[in-house]
Design a protein around this ligand. Structure first.
Ligand SMILES: [Mg+2]
Length: 299
C-alpha cells in the first residue's frame, strides 16, 4: 500500500464527492440525453448530504483517530445544511441534536422505534474503510460506531460495514478477482438482507446487463441499505479499476443516483490513486469544504 491512512481517506473522500456531485446531476431530466455518448453533464456539479456527512466522518478521524460517536453526532448536527438534500429522518433529527437532544434516543426512535435502515450510513463510510484498511476487524468496529449515530437498525449498520470493508479491500488487495472481492466483503457482514444481496450480486457477476442486475438487486429507489448497497458492490467488483466506466454504469440504472455514485466513487478512490479520478470531472465538481481539512487535488 502506497498511501498512509489519512491520505487514503482523503482521496476516497474526493472520489465520494465526485460521484455524489456527478450522480446528483441526473435529477435534472434533461441530463439523461447525455447518456448515449457518455458526455459528462455541464458543470458546475454540486455535491449533496452524502459528501457533507462523509467530511464529518473524515474530520472526526483526523482529529481523534477513531470514531467518537458523541463528536460525530455533534459534527453531523453542526454541519447540517438543509439545501444538501438530506433524507426526511435527518431533516427532523439533526436540528434536534444541534439543539441539545440525545442522539442515542433520537436515532433509536426513528421509524417507530425500529431505527433507520436507510442507506445514509453506507453513503458516507468509504473514507473510514480506507483509513483503517490495514485491519479489517477495526474497519468493522469503526464502521458500526459511525453508523449507529443515525442508523440503529441492523440493516442500516450492515450496509455501512459492507461499504467500509469494500473500501479497505480496494486499498489492500487491488488484485482480487471480482468473486474474491465480494467474498471478502461478505465474510464481515452480519447475516441479513444486505448480506443476502451481496450473495445475489456474486451470482450475477457474469450477467453483463446492469439493468437486469439493478432490477434484481435494487438501485436505491427505496432508499434502504439493502436496496442500495448490493448493486453498488456489483458495479465495484466488476469495474473498480475504471472510475468513469463505473460511474456511468451506476448512473445508468437510475434510483438514488447521488448516493449510489457516492458509494461507488468512495470505494474505488480508496485505492489512494488520485490520478485515476478524471481531471475534467474534478474541474466541474464543487471543491470540498475547508473545514474537512483535506488538501485539494491538483486541478
Ligand atoms: Mg445525497
Amino acid at each position: 500500500m502506497a498511501a498512509n491512512p489519512s491520505t487514503r481517506s482523503a482521496v476516497s473522500l474526493h472520489g465520494l464527492a465526485l460521484g455524489d456531485a456527478f450522480g446528483s446531476q441526473f435529477f435534472a431530466l434533461a441530463n439523461y440525453r447525455s447518456f448515449p455518448d457518455r458526455t459528462p453533464p455541464a458543470g458546475p456539479w454540486e455535491w449533496t448530504d452524502d459528501t457533507q456527512m462523509a467530511c464529518c466522518v473524515h474530520r472526526v478521524l483526523a482529529d481523534h483517530g477513531v470514531i467518537d460517536q458523541d463528536r460525530l453526532a455533534a459534527s453531523f448536527a453542526a454541519r447540517y445544511e438543509p439545501h444538501r438534500g438530506y433524507g426526511a429522518a435527518m431533516v427532523r433529527m439533526l436540528p434536534l441534536v444541534h439543539g441539545g437532544g440525545d442522539w442515542r434516543a433520537l436515532s433509536a426512535e426513528l421509524f417507530e422505534g425500529r431505527g433507520s435502515w436507510g442507506n445514509g450510513a453506507a453513503m458516507r463510510v468509504a473514507p473510514l474503510g480506507a483509513w483503517f484498511a490495514d485491519d479489517l476487524t477495526e474497519v468493522v468496529r469503526q464502521a458500526v460506531l459511525s453508523a449507529e449515530v443515525t442508523h440503529a437498525h441492523p440493516e442500516g449498520v450492515a450496509g455501512a460495514v459492507a461499504v467500509a470493508v469494500a473500501a479497505a479491500t480496494v486499498a489492500t488487495e487491488p488484485g482480487l478477482p471480482a468473486e474474491g472481492f465480494l467474498d471478502r466483503i461478505a465474510e464481515h457482514v452480519p447475516p441479513g438482507m444486505v448480506r443476502d444481496g451481496i450473495a445475489e450480486a456474486r451470482r450475477l457477476l457474469a450477467v453483463d446487463d446492469p439493468g437486469l442486475a439493478a432490477r434484481t438487486l435494487g438501485n436505491g429507489s427505496r432508499i434502504s441499505a439493502q436496496d442500495t448497497v448490493p448493486f453498488t458492490l456489483w458495479v465495484t467488483a466488476r469495474e473498480r479499476h475504471d472510475f468513469e466506466a463505473a460511474m456511468w454504469t451506476t448512473a445508468a440504472v437510475g434510483g438514488d443516483i447521488d448516493t449510489t455514485c457516492a458509494i461507488v466513487g468512495g470505494i474505488i478512490a480508496s485505492s489512494g490513486h488520485a490520478d485515476r479520478l478524471p481531471a475534467e470531472w474534478r474541474r466541474r465538481c464543487e471543491p470540498l469544504p475547508d473545514w474537512a481539512g483535506v488538501p485539494p487535488l491538483d486541478r
